[in-house]
Design a protein. Structure first.
Length: 180
């Protein structure tokens, strides 16, 4: 340890690294690794000036270091020849911020050709009405697409399982028109 770095500064670095490790390892959070540059900036606010390289070394010593995962090869194939020909509409439920208390639904619409994000907004819950509002906002801002793909979201598509002892199946999947 250099003489210019006090034991309280080292303790602060260790505290922040362990706090960061706890966030990365939390099962419900979509965080895959730490940003040591961001951590360095937070340490500066606490009047601890240290390089990202030093933080990385401390992280390795404390078993807080995670190498960056190899990026997956992008294998999606564009299905259209122009913008607006196909809009992909989807939703996902996540804890969007590390210290958030509740999960939120992110509803998005993406143009297949340009991969441009045309609509994105958070909603407290996923409802058919929220999807209708998202589609309305998209169409008012971007115009009506030629086609829309909504995947297999249960709220957007009727999906029926097989017969059971308690229920007799009347309609098959895709034999009913969903509200959306």
């Amino acid at each position: 340890m250099p003489p210019s770095r006090t034991s309280s500064a080292e303790a602060f670095i260790q505290h922040e690294l362990l706090r960061e490790k706890k966030l990365v390892e939390a099962p419900g959070l979509p965080i895959s690794g730490s940003s040591y540059s961001d951590l360095r900036d937070r340490l500066k606010m606490g009047d601890v000036h240290v390089s990202a390289t030093t933080i990385t070394a401390r992280a390795k010593a404390l078993d807080c270091y995670r190498p960056r995962p190899k990026k997956k090869v992008h294998d999606r194939e564009v299905q259209t020849t122009c913008m607006g020909a196909l809009i992909q509409h989807d939703a996902s439920l996540h804890l969007r911020a590390p210290y958030a208390q509740v999960k939120r639904t992110l509803i998005t619409s993406i143009d297949d050709f340009s991969r441009k994000l045309l609509f994105a907004d958070f909603f407290p819950v996923e409802t058919t009405w929220n999807h209708i509002q998202a589609a309305q906002a998209l169409m008012q801002a971007q115009g009506i697409p030629l086609r829309a793909y909504a995947g297999s979201l249960r709220i957007l598509r009727f999906v029926q399982g097989g017969d059971s002892l308690w229920r007799t199946q009347v309609l098959q999947t895709d034999e009913a028109d969903p509200l959306w």
